[in-house]
Design a protein around this ligand. Structure first.
Ligand code: 13P
Length: 252
């Protein structure tokens, strides 16, 4: 089964509006590097429109993603943003369940699943993040931990379509430490098994699995042999267009 590679930039809570628009232009300038790879840029909410305008105006192959969503359609939910609102800005991907949201906004597996389902209903591809804290990693229980995270979330998902799962060990995020290729391979196999159990082998096989955590152009060669790996979710290195493009070049 050949799955198209995917590369996602998670800008997190970085860049003001003007900086985001400039960075989007710089990324599009590097577009050759991204040829053949689904490349998704996830700016903060306030810059979705501006970044989307850059991509539309330049007829860019880069796609727009969001970093979070609320699961209700509309109503009295002050400060929240719905999937249909994101859709109205031509958002095509949305991250859900990032460990920083699980930590700071107290999200749990069930709400992550509700968000994924709301996105699918709006025609947006969810990128469901899972990942273990250091203590779980050190205890050798990562596979059980992330399998549980994913299977509880997927209980809320009726038709998964083309959803993406991101494995991001918490200890590897922003730390400069990366998970070993063997560890990533084992974890991704476990996640694929969860998808299979829930949706059947054929559908599970078509879904893309990505790794995130201190990804840089210099350290991704080690992952090139991992059959289950379809791309990367990048934080820090996605705030520099050339560094981000270098990752894409090294994925080929
Ligand atoms: P870093 O690439 O900065 O480690 O962040 C990873 C991440 O959390 C992407 O969602």
């Amino acid at each position: 089964m050949s799955r198209k590679k995917i590369l996602l930039a998670n800008w997190k809570m970085n860049t003001n509006y003007n900086e985001a628009v400039t960075l989007a232009q710089e990324m599009d300038y590097e577009r050759k590097a991204f040829a053949g790879i689904d490349t998704v840029v996830c700016p903060p909410y306030i810059s979705l429109k501006g970044v989307g305008n850059v991509f539309a105006f330049d007829k860019s192959p880069l796609m727009l993603g969001a970093q979070d969503v609320f699961w209700e359609q509309d109503g009295a939910y002050t400060g929240f943003i719905s999937a249909s609102m994101l859709k109205s800005l031509a958002v095509s991907y949305c991250i859900v369940g990032h460990s920083e949201r699980r930590h700071h906004a107290k999200e749990d597996d069930k709400t992550v699943g509700l968000k994924a389902q709301a996105l699918l209903e709006a025609g947006i591809t969810p990128v469901i993040c899972v990942g273990e804290p250091p203590v779980v990693y050190e205890a050798g229980s990562t596979r059980e931990f992330v399998s549980e995270q994913l299977s509880v979330a997927l209980e809320q998902v009726e038709d998964p379509q083309n959803l993406v799962v991101a494995y991001e060990p918490i200890w590897a995020i922003g730390s400069g430490k990366v998970a070993s290729p063997l560890h990533v391979q084992e974890v991704l196999s476990a996640l694929r098994a969860v998808l299979e159990a829930r949706f059947g082998a054929e559908r599970a096989e078509a879904m893309r699995l990505v790794y995130g955590g201190s990804v840089m152009a210099e350290n991704i060669h080690a992952y090139s042999e991992i059959e289950e790996l379809d791309g990367f979710l990048v934080g820090g290195a996605s705030l520099d267009a050339q560094k981000f493009a270098a990752i894409a070049k090294n994925m080929k």
